[in-house]
Write a new protein. Structure first.
Length: 472
């Protein structure tokens, strides 16, 4: 059972607490990924605040045999677990693990240890010892060292608050015993809620154990400060895994890689690289410095430098940048180029073709081996609809050409620099659209003389006294 119903008031956010992201995944998704390798018979996520959005996020994890249960009123952790038990979602289950949805640093290892240790006891707690246990429930043990009860921080005495062993809110229960005690829970406490921790003391006669684990891996996140700290740890884990798998990350301190990103061995990430979403970087590709890629594929041997790419594809051996913006649908084929200050969207650049600099290419298809001159623009929008430009294989588009879509420049065709192309250009033809040049002799001399006359006239006006105003 994953408890994911709370709002998270300390986040001061309209977004449900477990939906806040850290290192490319929501907190809920990090928890569900920790469960994935355990081979559980069933996973039940208890939702409440923003139930539809939290349910969608849980289902997006695509865990086998996952279901959700709605806690209509958020009346505490005990009430949340009782909502799941009473729903019938756990029918036929003998042992249930309960954990919160806000522990993004959780890994499968402590959960495996909890399951292995639990055995046939009524309850087993996952606990940790913290230097500063403020805010956590304390695990109170009897003189023999056995667990006696768990007391919430706000309800604890000064002596109990001095205890450094804390409850991580992760448990394994014998489900029949848990269900019996849930039915007896009271809300007679400082918060007026049904605490799941209140079932521990009544279960002691049936056996309550504890497994002490490293606190760093099981700490919950209660505000944005703690979320940022957790995200830092997660990013470090991701980068260390990639480097151990063979990727070169020149400066991990300035490199950000999301959880769903894949980076192959022998890829190189230079300082200031940000990889997000479902980005894929293949072997021998180089990304950076100072580049951001979102949902983008960079194929083998390609290079991306000082650029921003979103929803793009960079073919093998292709070259992007510097200062290039590739928007969704930009598709550079093998050994092509999008050079300095180029923007592209919904456009295919054929194998070996080049858009070297200072151009906008949108809603276009460029064939193989073509060259697009500087300051070329595909004028794709007429105020109502987008239209497509096609440039054929081997075509040469002159600098400062406006291609007014819909239009086609044929194979091996040319356009003259400074042309506005509104009609199709046949294969092998040259299209020139500009007026005939005129040279006006003596223009500079006449202009200089006119300027001198204007200056002298302005000077005379400056020293001439203003007209007197009439009296009276």
């Amino acid at each position: 059972m994953v408890l994911a119903a709370g709002k998270g008031t300390r986040f001061s956010s309209e977004l449900a607490k477990v939906l806040h992201p850290a290192a490319g995944r929501t907190m809920l998704r990090w928890v569900l990924e920790a469960l994935r390798p355990l081979g559980l018979e069933r996973v039940v996520v208890v939702v409440g605040h923003q139930a539809d959005a939290v349910t969608a996020e849980a289902e997006a994890a695509r865990l086998d045999r996952l279901s959700t249960v709605v806690q209509a009123e958020q009346l505490g952790t005990g009430h949340a677990v009782r909502s799941a038990v009473d729903s019938g979602a756990l029918d036929g289950i003998d042992t249930a693990m309960v954990l919160p949805g806000d522990v993004p640093l959780l890994t499968p290892e402590p959960l495996r240890l909890l399951i292995e240790t639990h055995g046939r006891t009524a309850a087993t707690l996952l606990t940790a010892r913290l230097g500063d246990p403020t805010g956590y429930g304390r695990v109170v043990r009897d003189p023999d060292g056995a667990v006696a009860r768990v007391v919430e921080h706000r309800d604890a005495t000064a002596e109990e608050r001095a205890v450094d062993e804390v409850n991580t809110s992760i448990y394994a229960f014998a489900l029949p015993s848990l269900a019996r005690e849930l039915a007896r829970l009271s809300a007679a406490n400082d918060q007026g809620e049904q605490y799941l921790t209140d079932v521990i003391a009544p279960l002691v006669p049936e056996g309550v154990g504890a497994v002490v684990v490293a606190g760093a891996d099981v700490q919950g996140v209660n505000d944005r400060v703690q979320l940022a700290a957790a995200a830092t740890v997660l990013r470090r884990r991701i980068l260390e895994r990639l480097m151990r798998d063979g990727a070169t990350i020149v400066d991990p301190a300035t490199t950000y890689v999301g959880a769903e990103v894949a980076v192959a061995a022998d890829a190189v990430l230079l300082p200031g690289t940000h990889l997000e979403g479902t980005t894929r970087v293949a072997a021998r590709a180089t990304v950076g410095p100072d580049s951001r890629l979102v949902d983008t594929v960079v194929e083998e041997g390609a290079t991306v430098t000082y650029s921003v790419l979103t929803g793009a594809r960079v073919g093998s051996g292709a070259n992007v940048g510097p200062f290039t913006y590739l928007r969704p649908g930009a598709d550079l084929r093998a050994r092509s180029k999008a050079g300095a200050f180029v923007e592209m969207k919904n456009a295919v650049v054929g194998e070996g073709s080049k858009v070297p600099h200072l151009s906008y290419i949108g809603d276009a298809e460029i064939g193989r081996g073509a060259n697009i001159g500087a300051a070329t623009v595909t004028v794709n929008y007429d105020g109502y609809d987008k239209h497509r430009t096609v440039v054929g294989d081997g075509a040469r588009v002159g600098s400062d050409t406006m291609l007014i879509a819909p239009v086609r420049v044929g194979n091996d065709a040319y356009t003259g620099a400074g042309s506005v192309i509104t009609s199709d250009v046949p294969d092998g033809a040259l299209a020139v659209e500009r007026t005939e040049q005129r040279n006006i002799a003596g223009y500079a001399e006449r202009r200089a003389a006119r300027h001198e006359r204007d200056r002298e006239a302005a000077g005379d006006a400056a020293i001439r006294p203003p007209p007197s105003e009439p009296e009276g």
